[in-house]
Design a protein around this ligand. Structure first.
Ligand code: FAD
Length: 408
């Protein structure tokens, strides 16, 4: 009898953890598994800000997928998915290849949401992928180089839009990483301005007064100018225009104001809600019997009104159940209903401090920074056990990853 073919689209948090789960659960000969991803590396999104400022080696953040999967159990293909035909059960790749499937997992992740604000798409830098984070690094070093020629202060103004998790992580990293980059480029760090712009009344408004005060204090100690209750109206190549009429001369605006599901989903002919694929309690796309969707592409309703947020934590927990349910479907067993258990959140501010909340317990400072590392290592453990943690900690491979970045 022909073995069922499981095809997983996207090797991010959702796709890769599903793959690892299937490698554990499926017996030899039960199914063939193909994992398809745009690039041959998997990036640790939660640390992309480090690539943006050059404070971590490439291979610490971008892990080789062929080294993470077991090639006797999973066939890995580098390829860009361009469409899916759910009726004929075929995935189309940019290369012209067509891959038939019996079961499909859609885990194609997110895109940056720009909310139609003029100039953001063209001139701002999103923190979306390894490549887009490298583009930030190239922009910073380019501006430092050009500053030496024209002494234009807008080249040394680095603004971050969005004071949520990603925003404060980026601000902290800029504050810690820019002094070294300035020294390397012979530019006085005293001339650098780092600015945070947030539409809400405070940074990380969802974290409570104590952590907000702590974060604001750290930003102040780093000389970062924070504009709260401030909305961006538009942006050009060399300035950011605010709704309050102010214009900030600035050539590097880093955009971290929200994400939306991969717009590729619009082509699949499956019904979308808010740009995402609504899934049932078993994570099957509603109205289908063989297509799962997990992570940032999936709309899973926690209750009648609230959807689960787009986080790595959600994607990984969904992947665990998705792997179990694929195995159950193949064996003709009952499917498991997905239940999300929030384990807490921690955001780093540079290397030495962080803020976080686990249940009702809040934490800040070095203890939170250690917790952040524990969380990152736990993820490495899921992907490759203790040997991957050791390998990434020692990181013997220091070679740069060659990627093409968007030129602004
Ligand atoms: C800067 C930043 C920091 C974050 N920090 C945290 C955090 O601290 N904690 C937390 O829980 N969450 C965090 N998140 C959110 C988290 O990263 C996402 O929720 C998570 O990555 C979603 O997982 P996913 O599997 O749905 O998608 P992704 O991890 O984005 O994976 C999608 C994969 O699909 C691939 N892909 C996309 N399009 C195609 C295509 N056409 N063909 C082939 N492959 C394709 C991509 O290359 C990628 O490998 C952060 C996000 C950002 C941007």
């Amino acid at each position: 009898m022909k073995k069922p073919h499981i095809v997983i689209l996207g090797a991010g948090y959702g796709g890769l953890v599903t793959t690892k789960k299937l490698e554990k659960l499926l017996r030899s000969g039960e199914a063939t598994v193909t994992l398809i991803n745009k690039h041959s590396y998997h990036y640790i999104t939660t640390q992309l800000h480090k690539i943006g400022v050059g404070t971590a080696p490439d291979r610490k953040i971008a892990l080789s997928i062929p080294e993470l999967v077991n090639d006797s159990k999973t066939r890995f293909m580098t390829g860009t998915v361009t469409n899916v035909n759910a009726e004929s059960q075929v995935v189309f790749l940019e290369s012209g290849e067509e891959i038939s499937y019996d079961y499909l997992v859609i885990a194609l992740g997110f895109e940056v949401a720009t909310f139609g604000i003029p100039g953001i798409k063209e001139h701002a830098f999103g923190i979306r992928s390894f490549r887009s984070s490298k583009a930030i690094y190239h922009q910073i070093t380019k501006q430092l180089t050009l500053y030496k020629e024209d002494h234009d202060p807008s080249r040394l103004t680095f603004a971050v839009a969005g004071g949520g998790f990603t925003g404060i992580e980026m601000l902290g990293e800029l504050a810690e990483g820019l002094p070294k980059l300035c020294e390397e480029h012979g530019v006085p760090f005293e001339n650098v301005k780092i600015i945070g712009i947030e539409a809400a009344e405070s940074l990380i408004p969802f974290f409570g007064d104590e952590l907000i005060a702590y974060t604001s204090h750290i930003m102040e100690s780093y000389n970062i100018d924070i504009f709260t209750s401030t909305k961006i109206k538009s942006c050009t190549e060399n300035a950011v225009q605010l709704e309050n009429g102010l214009e900030i001369p600035c050539r590097t605006l880093i955009w971290s104001c929200g994400v939306k599901a991969n717009s590729l989903l619009e082509r699949f002919g499956l019904p979308l809600v808010k740009g995402k694929l609504p899934v049932d309690k078993n994570l099957l796309v509603k109205g289908t019997e063989n297509i799962f969707c997990i992570g940032d592409c999936a709309l899973f309703m926690k209750d009648e009104k609230t959807a689960l947020p787009p986080t790595a934590q959600v994607a990984m927990q969904e992947a665990d159940v998705c792997g179990k349910n694929l195995t159950a479907l193949i064996r003709g067993e009952n499917l498991k209903a997905f239940e999300y258990h929030h384990k807490g959140s921690v955001a780093s501010i540079g290397d030495r401090t962080a803020v976080g909340k686990v249940g009702s317990f809040t934490m800040s400072g070095w203890f939170a920074a250690i917790m952040k590392r524990v969380i990152e290592n736990r993820y490495l453990f899921v992907l490759g056990g203790p040997s991957l943690i050791l390998k990434q900690t020692l990181l013997l491979k220091r070679e740069q990853l060659s990627v093409q970045t968007k030129q602004h």
